[in-house]
Design a protein. Structure first.
Length: 248
């Protein structure tokens, strides 16, 4: 581990261990059962292969990496949320809000991007916050977006039952502004981002990380020598005539 990361609002050892926990959650394996968990669409795969001029194995490899990446995106959410366990005054409860500060009466819901919530999800989250401030008039609720459109700490305005509503204690903040609230340092989030590559390098230098193990293609080849046929047989094996499917 490097001599110092110098963030001030979190100890070096805590930051290192939190990054390590996140790295160790990363996904390195995928098999056919996992690959087909949500039923891959063979029609789309055929279009993708032809339109992009890729072989079927290349498209399968790309889809495997996409699925692995989707899993890892959830682990980055773990990183953003759980770092607040190490910042004075903050905690990450097992249920309810993503982070809270009981002394400041702040309750947080955290999202990765400003466009990740649809209308129904936004309304549900807003009503959860409404309920909180009704029961506790000292509470301030925040929707915190890691990747927001702007650096901001503003009242969250939402359309509810076709009416635009807002409340000064239900707010929408970018991650940089929220780190300022949490630490008192306006540049705290920038400092974290700046030191993060170094911390990850230190973790990787210590950790024994595996390599990506992708058995999807080899398992498809066991179904049929024609990989494209195997892809079609996964969802359509019981369909009429598919036992005689032939792409030659």
């Amino acid at each position: 581990m490097s001599d110092t990361y110098g963030l001030g609002f979190i100890r070096d050892e805590q930051l290192f261990e939190h990054v390590k926990d996140t790295v160790q959650k990363y996904r390195f394996k995928i098999n056919l059962s996992q690959f087909n968990k949500n039923l891959l669409d063979p029609i789309k795969l055929t279009f993708d292969s032809k339109v992009y001029g890729k072989t079927v194995p290349e498209i399968i490899e790309s889809e495997s990496i996409r699925q692995i990446d989707k899993s890892n995106t959830n682990h980055i959410g773990y990183f953003h949320q759980n770092i607040f366990n190490f910042i004075d005054g903050w905690e990450v409860p097992e249920q309810g809000f993503d982070a809270i500060n009981s002394e400041l009466n702040i309750y947080v819901e955290m999202k990765n991007k400003h466009n990740t919530m649809n209308s129904a999800s936004s309304q549900k989250t807003y009503m959860k916050m409404q309920n909180k401030i009704v029961r506790d008039d000292k509470a301030t609720c925040y929707l915190v977006e890691v990747i927001a459109k702007n650096s901001q700490d503003i009242p969250w305005t939402i359309s509810l039952d076709s009416e635009k509503i807002s409340h000064k204690n239900i707010r929408r903040a970018s991650m940089d502004k929220f780190y300022e609230i949490a630490t008192g340092d306006a540049h705290a989030f920038k400092k974290l981002c700046q030191i993060l590559p170094k911390v990850i390098d230190d973790v990787i230098a210590e950790a024994n990380l595996g390599k990506i193990e992708n058995t999807v293609l080899s398992e498809l080849e066991e179904i049929s020598d024609d990989v494209l046929k195997s892809i079609y047989l996964l969802p359509f094996q019981q369909y009429e005539g598919f036992d005689e499917l032939n792409f030659d």
